[in-house]
Ligand binder design. Structure first.
Ligand code: FAD
Ligand code: MG
Length: 559
């Protein structure tokens, strides 16, 4: 690999540092980068495509493009300060080892990747650095609290319930404040004139990833990767938040779901670290405290951010967090193995327009609302198809822009009653017809993602197989020909799923063993997770039937 340019007229020999980007694709609130910049050395910002970094192994086209956009944004930022981002593709240890030697590197800094899947890689890198006498500066800023601090305050173990997590987090104290932006006038950048050729950012296609469908190139959403976009989104989002504060709320996205409205999410930017979670936390908290002087801020106001923390912390010592059998917190449920059904679900061909529109949006755009994630994940697992959540996770992990290893698996375990949930107390599931009607009352969402149904009258839009032949003809959509018949009879399927869950539960109880699983501590916790418009959870739990009964099935009700 060609050495970086050396300056001929500089007499001072500066020490050299690499800041290695993986997640944490930003310069704001980046403590490891800041510490390195403060040294005032020669600085090389580096990103290495090693086949795994930042979840690239599982990424489909949209997420890979989001990553490439994030890298281009970083490159442009460094360019504005006289530097560039150095991008490499290949074997991580070889590349790092060579760079350290060729550039005579004294320090390697990086933002910590707290998830268990990255631990071995980072151990290897630390060992390499120690062998080559390179100082490592690794700082945690991808999460509000360093999981180590949470574990230490909980006897060395991750807190098993969300409320215990909250208690421990309270004991640990406020999350660290954000750090200053780096002052790049302190460092030296050296850039070759043929930088793009040697160290440029590859196209998505060059990385061997191609669009899975043509709609991925019709970008009518605002999911553009990068710190610049993330900070714009944050300021837009704060306008919404300030309106929410005036009615005593924080983070209204999930409480007032608008599945067809402009997306206000920053989840993908948080996932890649284009936006600092600590910045989001403190911006929200400071604004809330300003608008409610003397009222005091409770972390429960930002419950969604805490779910993210909880899932990260739970997974920190569990390398099998994304699996079923080998995963100690996950219940082993004898799911069916039916590839044909799985494909129909993945391709949005279930015959339930609400579910199919969700799966199309997922594939086309890479982001779906929380309520859509609920609907489709319960449909796949304990609601209708009785297929393994791990298969659903793989599909989400490919297409979702915000999919990461721990948060996605944690949510799937919950939704499928495999963990976190008060295990197997879920006689109710979401009805794929009524839930859709409630969330998409005017049918805009379904018609957008399933244009084949665009002329189907609203009355039949959510269950088009019930439309008389003449109506189907008029709508140019014959069910069973132009759009599939429903792949299951929901009433029957959900009843069967319910019976099978109860069987699993009874078998477990018969063992007489205390289940070593994590469940919610109380109904409030459930409500926080499965938050619904109007008031509480669209829960599937016994004793909470009062919550939005119209969207729910008890497994005994037909369509
Ligand atoms: P907001 O309500 O604005 O919340 C703000 C932030 O809090 C989100 O951006 C996200 O970072 C975090 N957050 C919110 N809800 C959750 C939650 N339930 N668990 C963890 N963090 C949360 N979220 C991901 O970020 N990555 C995933 O891979 C992911 N997979 C999911 C899979 C399933 C089956 C389900 C049911 C949910 C999943 N979620 C995931 C959680 C949630 O749906 C998204 O975070 C949320 O829809 C993002 O929209 P938002 O930014 O408008 O959320
Ligand atoms: Mg298990």
């Amino acid at each position: 690999m060609p050495p970086a340019q050396t300056s001929s007229d500089s007499v001072e020999v500066k020490k050299v540092a690499i800041h290695w980007f993986r997640h944490g694709l930003r310069i704001h609130d980046n403590p490891a980068l800041l510490e390195t910049v403060e040294e005032g050395w020669e600085l090389y910002p580096v990103f290495i495509f090693d086949g795994e970094v930042a979840g690239t192994r599982t990424a489909g086209y949209n997420r890979m493009r989001f990553l490439i956009e994030s890298l281009r944004d970083l490159d442009e930022t460094f360019n504005n300060y006289g530097g560039r981002l150095y991008v490499f593709t290949g074997d991580l240890m070889n590349i790092l080892g060579n760079l350290i030697k060729e550039w005579n590197v004294s320090r390697l800094s990086f933002d910590a990747d707290v998830e268990a899947i990255w631990h071995k890689r980072d151990q290897d890198v630390r060992r390499l650095c120690s062998e080559l006498d390179v100082e490592v500066v690794e700082r945690v800023s991808h999460v509000l609290w360093d999981p180590k601090d949470i574990l230490e305050n909980n006897g060395g173990k991750p807190p098993l319930t969300y409320s215990l997590f909250n208690q421990v987090a309270r004991a640990v104290g406020d999350p660290p404040k954000t750090v200053d932006d780096p002052d790049f006038s302190k460092v030296t950048f050296k850039v070759k004139s043929n930088h793009d050729k040697l160290f440029g950012i590859p196209d998505v296609e060059t990385l061997g990833v191609f669009p899975e469908c043509e709609q991925q190139n019709q970008r009518h959403n605002n999911w553009v990767g990068g710190e610049t976009r993330a900070l714009q989104l944050l300021s837009q989002r704060m306008q919404v938040e300030k309106m929410a504060f005036s009615v005593g709320m924080v983070m209204p996205n999930q409480t007032f779901p608008n599945v067809s409205g402009p997306p206000l999410s920053m989840s993908a930017h948080l996932r890649f670290g284009c936006l600092s979670i600590r910045k989001l936390y403190w911006v929200l908290r400071n604004a809330f405290e300003k608008s409610h002087p003397g009222k005091g801020f409770s972390n429960s106001a930002i419950g969604q951010l805490l779910w993210r923390e909880y899932f990260y912390t739970m997974s920190v010592n569990n390398i099998n967090y994304d699996k079923m059998e080998e995963n100690p917190i996950c219940l082993n449920i004898p799911w069916y193995n039916d590839q044909e059904k799985l494909k129909k679900w993945e391709n949005g061909e279930t015959g339930f327009p609400w579910i199919d529109a969700i799966m199309k949006q997922l594939k086309h755009e890479g982001w779906i609302h929380h309520v859509c994630r609920h609907a489709t994940s319960t449909f796949l697992t304990r609601g209708d198809l009785w297929l393994n959540w791990v298969d659903g996770l793989k599909v989400f992990t490919k297409y979702l822009l915000d999919a990461d290893w721990s948060v996605c698996a944690g949510n799937w375990m919950w939704m499928s009653s495999s963990a976190f949930e008060k295990v197997l107390q879920c006689p109710k599931c979401f009805c794929p017809v009524r839930y859709g009607r409630k969330m998409d009352p005017d049918g805009v969402y379904i018609r957008r993602y399933l244009p084949v149904l665009k002329d189907m009258p609203l009355r039949y839009l959510f269950e088009p197989w019930k439309a008389p032949k003449s109506v189907q003809e008029k709508a140019n959509c014959i069910i069973g020909v132009d759009y599939p018949l429903p792949m299951v009879e929901h009433g029957k399927a959900s009843k069967q799923c319910y019976n099978m869950m109860m069987e699993v539960k009874n078998k477990l109880l018969a063992t007489g063993k205390e289940m070593e699983l994590c469940g919610p501590a109380n109904t409030e916790e459930v409500a926080q997770f499965v938050w619904m418009p109007g008031n509480h959870a669209g829960t599937c739990h016994q004793g909470e039937e009062e919550a939005n009964p119209s969207m729910l099935c008890d497994g005994l009700m037909g369509m």
